[in-house]
Write a protein that binds this ligand. Sequence first.
Ligand code: HEC
Ligand code: HEC
Length: 255
Amino acid sequence: MSSISKHRTHPSAARRALRHGLLGLALLGAGTLAANAADTTTLGEQVAKSSDCLSCHAVGHKVVGPAFDAVAAKYAGKPGAKQMLMNAVKNGHVGTWGQIPMPPHPQLSHKQLDEVISWVLSLKPAHAGQAAATSSKTYSYEVGGKKVLLDFPVFLAGSKEKVTPTVFRGYELWNSYCFRCHGVDATGSEYAPDLRKSVLNGMTEGRMTDIAMTGIKAKGMPSWAGFFDPGQLHDIYQYVAARAYRLVGEGTPQQ
Ligand code: HEC
Ligand code: HEC
């Protein structure tokens, strides 16, 4: 399952490149011990990327599950933590960080679990600013004489018709993956709820991401963990919200 979009440049890619550079220097001085330690964390990060972890987790902020640096901080210096967390990922877990369950990962080998948890536990707290990166900027639009206030732009600056690349990607993703149950152009269908109504009833992006990554299998809503990263749910949410507030009509939006 490596279908998580690669077209987004993960900030971690830059960090990884940096670490490789530093590793070169460390090798000159410190010999193979340092190299082995760094290799383990790099392998663990690869497991996280090639499995579904990064659909639900980020290093420095909460997504569906806790921030990985918060996990590292919580269990720092606790004996037995590594084995306990390996079991939690393998068998699934709920209740320590909230009421959303983490699914089991029976497909991961003992070695992969060891590598990915070693990487998680090695993480230092990410920059505080990263978590609070959400802006408080608002965007005001008028629809049918009514004012709509959003915390993201639907249209390009200076345009009343051309949507942002984010909204357009959301439109494309929606009509590739969500439409077959939730209706073309988010119009709803007999198979699944009208998500425009969910948004108008207060469903936030975070809530939509929780549901989409976790799935509601008993009711026929698939889990998209391992398929989408949270950035793609971000795009889909903005498209659905733009549809919900009637800022974008049916059909292909103008870009
Ligand atoms: C569908 C979403 C989802 C996926 C996929 C997922 N997690 Fe989680 N993860 C969660 C949630 C939710 C929690 C919080 C569970 C709890 O409260 O006990 C969690 C908790 C954790 C914890 C802390 C467990 C504890 O007992 O404190 C670790 C470590 C972790 N996840 C690692 C991983 C790794 C590694 C992967 C990939 C192999 C992964 N997760 C995939 C949602 C997910
Ligand atoms: C195979 C059919 C199917 C597909 C495809 C599908 N869904 Fe669903 N979805 C459902 C069903 C059925 C429900 C209602 C589950 C229930 O009754 O609790 C649902 C519920 C939801 C909910 C909860 C709505 C609410 O108000 O509680 C969200 C959010 C959601 N889906 C998002 C998505 C997104 C985003 C996509 C595309 C990435 C998607 N779904 C694709 C079948 C599907």
